[in-house]
Design a protein around this ligand. Structure first.
Ligand code: IMP
Ligand code: MG
Length: 174
């Protein structure tokens, strides 16, 4: 029974949907209507990126990367491994990285360096959720949906040992 370990709802479907629309507006303005190469970070950002791009009124190309820092553990190891690299060439392009949640920031710090080396025109980072108390480096996203306390978060694509990604709302684990 998957419901047993859900600690409490933090953000409901309407709060998330409203925020996604607001973020899409800000992103459109930042890129001034130019084409954006959106990179969704698997698997956690799959639902967020799908919702977000449907509110972007500008040309969009979509790609995915899969990174591993946690494995099956609940704590970030700080060691980032690329499990799936980009399919597209991003040199000279506007790039928007779309992440589900930033905690230690180590994954994003690594990714930022990795993508910067590919010489994109503009690189911006967007995260739906941020847990600033967990930070171990000074990464700040360019677009942040919600700041949350230092709890283990699930739902709306975000998992706990591969469970709960299908919850339409965001909750914490008991
Ligand atoms: P960071 O490197 O510690 O910033 O962690 C980045 C990745 O860890 C995120 O993309 C998530 O996939 C995962 N993560 C961080 N915090 C949580 C959480 O509270 N619940 C589930 N996954 C998390
Ligand atoms: Mg992730």
């Amino acid at each position: 029974m998957q419901e047993l370990n859900i600690g409490g709802k933090l953000l409901d479907e309407e709060q998330i949907a409203q925020k996604v629309r607001e973020m899409a507006k800000e992103i459109e303005e930042e890129f001034e209507g130019e084409e954006i190469y959106v990179i969704g970070i698997l698997k956690g950002a799959c639902i967020f990126v799908s919702d977000l791009i449907r509110h972007l009124n500008c040309p969009v190309k979509l790609d995915f990367m899969s990174l591993s820092s946690y494995g099956m553990s609940l704590e970030s190891s700080g060691v980032v491994k690329i499990l799936k690299d980009l399919d597209m060439d991003i040199e000279g392009k506007n790039v928007l990285v779309v992440e589900d949640i930033i905690d230690t920031g180590l994954t994003m710090e690594y990714l930022k360096g990795y993508l910067t080396a590919r010489k994109c025109k503009k690189l911006k980072i967007c995260t739906l959720l941020d847990k600033p108390e967990g930070r171990k480096c000074d990464i700040v996203a360019d677009f942040t949906g919600f700041h949350l306390p230092d709890e283990f978060i699930i739902g709306y694509g975000i998992d706990c040992q591969e469970n709960y990604r299908n919850l339409p709302y965001i909750a914490y684990v008991k």
